[in-house]
Design a protein around this ligand. Structure first.
Ligand code: NAP
Length: 299
């Protein structure tokens, strides 16, 4: 149980509602910032403007999945008010206060380090990334179906990257009957791709591997689907880029060539916000519980 803990939850999307639900169930005292348009009331939770928050009492701060905007703006679908988190806010929190976000950026890193507070990026954790790959794959399948007039079955599908998302994507498209090729650079990845029954290729040979591609799914957060690669693809190829913004595709060149290329960020929050929120809520409740036990042990 998280009784007696003061947790501030800032904005976000529908995933945050599951986080609120989970922490409220655990008995935490919740301060909700950026939720003034949310009708639902949660036991033990009060909705405040950022100016009304007593930061000196907070044990935990939970930010939206994307952390903040480049200048500290907190995105929220539950309010039209502008919310900006600053280093001054964080400096007012107690020394043990810990900040959680899905991912981070240079602004957030800067203000957290200026305030000397701990910060956990949830999507850095393998468990979160692997669970999260499930709704990501379902969203990818949805996008491919919506943007093609052929079946996934029998399609020539190229997956780039064999990390947590790439592996799940390759497995699901294979199960749907696609001819799946996976591009990676590490020998152990190429070996595992082969062991799992997909066709492996080294990324050095990407240009020659895409000449008969129907669907190309990129998971590599690096410019990999370059103009040279796109120029070798058939014009009916669909590129779905799952890598975090700005993706790994030369979108301008794809458009010039008449190839449909879509950057598809945040699919879990779009196709399965409840599941995606439960994944975050479960891990947050565990991490905050551990943080609380460690602190009690030190006292
Ligand atoms: P991951 O486990 O770190 O996998 C990344 C893959 O990219 C690995 O195979 C890695 O290979 C490869 N890679 C990285 N840099 C490379 C480079 N310079 N050249 C060649 N290969 C490179 O990450 P993940 O969890 O699968 O996530 C992949 C991306 O999808 C991330 O950008 C993540 O933010 C994003 N994502 C998007 C959604 C969505 O809804 N669109 C959902 C979840 C995640 P090595 O091991 O050889 O480095």
């Amino acid at each position: 149980m998280l009784t007696d803990l003061q947790v501030a939850i800032f904005g976000g999307d529908a995933r945050q509602l599951e986080v609120i639900r989970k922490l409220a169930e655990q008995g935490a005292n919740l301060v909700l910032v950026g939720f003034d348009q949310l009708d639902h009331g949660f036991t033990g939770a009060s909705k405040l403007d950022i100016g009304e928050v007593d930061f000196s009492k907070l044990d935990v701060i939970i930010l939206p999945v994307n952390g903040s905007g480049p200048n500290g703006e907190i995105e929220t679908i539950f309010s039209n008010k502008r919310i900006v988190l600053t280093a001054e806010h964080l400096k007012r929190t107690p020394q043990h206060c810990h900040v959680y976000s899905g991912i981070t950026n240079s602004y957030l890193n800067k203000i957290v380090s200026q305030s000397g507070k701990g910060h956990t990026q949830l999507f850095d954790r393998d468990d979160v990334a692997i669970y999260n790959s499930i709704p990501t794959v379902e969203g990818t399948i949805m996008m491919v179906i919506q943007n093609t007039d052929t079946t996934i079955h029998n399609s020539n599908t190229v997956v780039l990257g064999f990390g947590r998302v790439g592996m799940s994507v390759a497995r699901a498209f294979d199960a749907l009957g696609a001819n799946v090729k996976v591009g990676a650079r590490k020998p152990e990845h190429l070996a595992r791709i082969s062991e799992m029954g997909f066709i492996p290729f080294h990324l050095d040979h990407l240009q020659k591997e895409v000449t008969n591609t129907d669907v190309c799914i990129n998971t590599i957060p690096f410019q990999i689907v370059t103009s040279d690669v796109i120029s070798k693809m058939p014009t009916q190829t669909l590129i779905i880029d799952l890598a975090s913004k700005p993706g790994g595709t030369d979108f301008k060149y794809a458009e010039k060539r008449g190839i449909k290329a879509l950057l598809a960020p945040g699919l879990p929050g779009i196709v399965a916000p409840k599941t995606a929120g439960q994944i975050l809520g479960n891990v947050l409740s565990q991490l905050i519980g551990e943080q609380m036990s460690t602190r009690k042990g030190k006292v």
